[in-house]
Design a protein around this ligand. Sequence first.
Ligand code: UDP
Length: 356
Amino acid sequence: MRIVTVIGNRPQFVKAAAVSSLLRATHEELLVHTGQHYDDELSTVFVEELGIPRPERELGIGGGTNTEQTARMLAALGPLLARERPDAVLVYGDTNSTLAGGLAAAQARIPVAHVEAGMRSFDRAMPEELNRVLTDHLSELLLCPTEVAVANLARESAVGRVELVGDVMADVARLVRPRAQETDGPLREAGVEAGGYLVATAHRAGNVDDPDRLRALVALLRAMPLPVVLPLHPRTRARLEAAGLLDELGSDGRVRVLPPLGYVAFTSLLLRAAAALTDSGGVQKEAYLAGVRCVTLRDSTEWTETVDAGWNTLVDLDAAAALAALERSEPAFRPELYGDGRAGTRVVAALATLTA
Ligand code: UDP
């Protein structure tokens, strides 16, 4: 089979790391990078580190509003798919690249396989939620990471074939953990000790685009009881600079602002943190898998199992709620969630059942 895979942002590079090499052992893959994240530190750094094949096509489409960006991707992907005529198009997650890849393929009557299908935050104000719902309803193969996702698709009567494959990011987390355990260099660089700091990430539009919310985020990070190591997403950096808040954030040294890190360095920090603070879906899950408590800077999550198991607390941007969550003791149990580390193998097997 010939598969066109469309990726475009940081977590999609991580997800492709679980699938692309396996896929290429038995099928032909053309990897298309839309350019949604065009900074090397959010994209090509993962090519070397995680052994992802170098994308064969680079569309160079970043910036602009969500609708403009999606429209430009559609305009580029339509002719590309008409030329390549793959047997299927593979997309991951919930970004503009996901929706554009899925819609361009469906319009060209090429079957779409969606990895991370069925995830819902039930918050339609999130651009990601719109991308998820729409991509699921145009996909022929819906590859779910969790039982909750399978149930969501059943409730919505999605027409595609649903398979529970496990979580591809969990495959990568397992694979990389030994490398991350070996190095504590990132802690030394940040000037923190194992167990004596919080690791934080934040970049959701809902948290950083509105200056009032951004101010609340800065206040929350500065109110934490331990030093906060914050590898800063370029979007957040730009918003902080525009609001004149970047200097204030790092002013007393409690918040250690770093550039975005490679996956191994970030995992090294996560594994040794007292807790994670994040608005990222991927980091909530990786914290759970690492046995690190998570305080989620949102009021909803798609990864509800982590909350149900007591390892994740949703606090939105309420600093008092975050402090209270950090004081709670660690749950005694951590049920195995998100699969056995072989989700990528199941994705490849499921793709083989698709015929154009
Ligand atoms: N990550 C990374 N370096 C960093 C911060 C995060 O490699 O400095 C990884 C993290 O381990 C996870 C992914 O990037 O696998 C999450 O990406 P992001 O937060 O951009 O996406 P989201 O999960 O919010 O969609």
